[in-house]
Design a protein. Sequence first.
Length: 372
Amino acid sequence: MSYPRYDIVGSFLRPVSLKEAREKFEKGEISREDLKEVEDKEIADLVEKEAKAGLKVVSDGEFRRSYWHLDTFWGFGGVEHVKAEHGYFFHDEETRPDAAKLVGKLTYEPGHPDVEAFDYLKPLAEKYGVTPRQSIPAPAQLYCELICRNDELIAATDAVYPDRAELAKDVSKVYRELILDLYKHGARDVKLDDCTWGVLVNDNFWHAFDEGGRLKREEILQLYKEINENALVDLPTDLRITTHICRGNYDSTWASEGGYGPAAPYVFKEKGVDAFYLEFDDERSGGFEPLKEVPADKEVVLGLVTSKKAELEDPEEVKARIKEASKFHPLETSALSTQCGFASTEEGNHLTEDQQWAKIKLVEEVAKEVWG
């Protein structure tokens, strides 16, 4: 499978009609079938726009999700959708308080919402001769959610899994089953979104994952690497697995900061991953030197164009940064994208749909100038 030098991360701004329908559904004013009808129409329109914009790999915009990660977690057996006391804390902002609570052993059953979403996306993509991509949160993200969120939810996890090693094993197991089910339904491109690394690189924040002081940072990095890798063993050879790493993307705000250095020897050596989509849109992301840790045959997708702000980057500056990054990872196995999606949650970032497409056009034009 040949991949272009320009790409997207996956989520798109939710259309007004979809936001209104979801609000009505939450109030009990319309049925789930009514909501799905709106989702179907908007996803079909989006895929047509993606194809016409020149994208060769397309997503459903994550239009069926409220969050980039929680909706996937809620689809596993043993996980319950609950409201926590607080949401996630971002820079100057707090998210809605939805959370995942463990109420039984993790299991995977056919009919997962991500598979159902892909079933709708696949024929739409095929109509335009483009590749459908299914994005899901990484296995380590689920483990982290279950053992880090707050004391009440951690206690619920420990009641089901007194042995954290057993929890890690089951997280990898249900994820491998989800990925294989997606493959069975025709998926050949699955991306794992993983913000755990974006927190673990933060010198002042990583200890939030240390499980009550039990683990050193290096031990957490190794553990999360193994949880992800164990979900990717013995997968079909024609299945492309990629991973996206950022430091938070909510309502145009961010959660963490720090260069990739501390995590690079771990995450960039993950077995089974074909490409890394990396955030490099501002000084919070640090320099390109950690890219030395990425094997030369693995693709690095440089997230140099921000999805958080409407202002367009200077194309010459983007090209200069691509050249700078090529000192640490080969240009021939690099590509360009935005640093994250445009709406990791249904709120979306602070830009218009026209500005969103202008960002994608910029990515495509710069990539064609650099790589031809």
